[in-house]
Write a protein that binds this ligand. Structure first.
Ligand code: SAH
Length: 281
């Protein structure tokens, strides 16, 4: 049997929900300080679990702030709903965060969202893509103003990677297109119960208010990046063969034998913009 998180807790950590509960008070303090949850903001926590971050955040929550909790595990969600039923600022959603409509939530109010969580590692990459794609859908208004996440260190390395590095890929390009990426600090396995097998890291993502480099058609840009990195080690021309010819790449001044993992964000945007003009004359 897995060790329990605390003597009063009867919840057994569920692997399929990626449950690794934070138990190190110093690490929790450091995360809360990084988030700095003061101010009348609208917060969303993904995967509150047993409330390791939720309780200390609520302690600092301003009077007119709100905190929406997205928890998939029914048992934990029921526990949390009970614990926070008296606090009108806090609302629990028993939901898969992958299905949560951040845009709709954002539209209920005129304030961009502040999202945080010790993410379930089994779904962290699709969750990040879900959030990034939502960042692109409200024209001229920010959906999310910042995100603080605990992730596997390797995932944070990929987010922050530069072209030419071994970890540079679709996640790096997509994250850096929408956000300033700031890896904050490492968290060792001992900070959790049960202990994950890997090192973890806190990252701060700040979506740009206006994108420094922007594609005319974000959907097409997503498609180009996905295709370019669909098979590592392929040349750009092969990866993009359903979208653009070698000649067209050369016209753009892009070497078609280059590999996607050596090319900067601007190149993918140039390709997407070229396709926007050719397919929608
Ligand atoms: N924040 C807590 C728990 C982290 S573990 C802590 O730091 O101790 C990850 C949490 O995410 C678990 O509570 C798990 O049940 C929840 N979770 C897993 N998949 C989820 C999903 N798809 N949507 C929302 N929550 C999810």
């Amino acid at each position: 049997m897995e060790p329990l998180n605390s003597p009063t807790d009867r919840h057994q950590a569920r692997k399929r929900f990626g449950q690794n509960f934070l138990q190190d008070g110093a690490v929790i303090d450091r995360i809360v300080r990084a988030i700095s949850p003061t101010g009348n903001h609208r917060f969303i926590e993904i995967g509150p679990g047993q409330g390791a971050l939720t309780f200390p955040i609520i302690e600092q929550l301003a009077e007119h702030a709100t905190l929406d909790l997205l928890e998939l595990d029914r048992d934990l969600a029921a526990q949390l709903a009970n614990q926070f039923s008296q606090d009108s600022r806090v609302k629990l959603h028993q939901i898969d965060a992958l299905n949560f409509d951040f845009i709709k939530h954002r539209q209920q109010d005129d304030q961009a969202l502040r999202v945080f969580g010790n993410l379930p590692y089994n779904i962290s990459t699709p969750l990040i893509f879900h959030l990034l794609e939502q960042c692109s859908q409200l024209d001229h208004r920010q959906v999310i103003s910042d995100m603080h996440f605990m992730l596997q260190r390797e995932v944070v390395d990929r987010m922050a990677a530069q072209p030419g590095s071994k970890t540079y890929g679709r996640l790096s390009v997509m994250t850096q297109y929408y956000c300033a990426v700031e890896p904050l600090f490492e968290v060792p396995p001992e900070a959790f119960n049960p202990k994950p097998k890997v090192m973890s890291m806190i990252v701060r993502l700040q979506p740009f208010e206006s994108l420094p480099i922007s594609a005319n058609n974000p959907k097409l840009f997503h498609q180009v990046v996905k295709a370019a990195f669909s098979q590592r080690r392929k040349t750009l021309r092969n990866g993009l063969k359903n979208l653009i010819t070698a000649d067209q790449l050369e016209q753009l001044g892009i070497n078609h034998t280059a590999r996607a993992e050596t090319l900067p964000l601007t190149t993918f945007v140039e390709i997407a913009n070229f396709l926007t003009t050719t397919s929608n004359p």
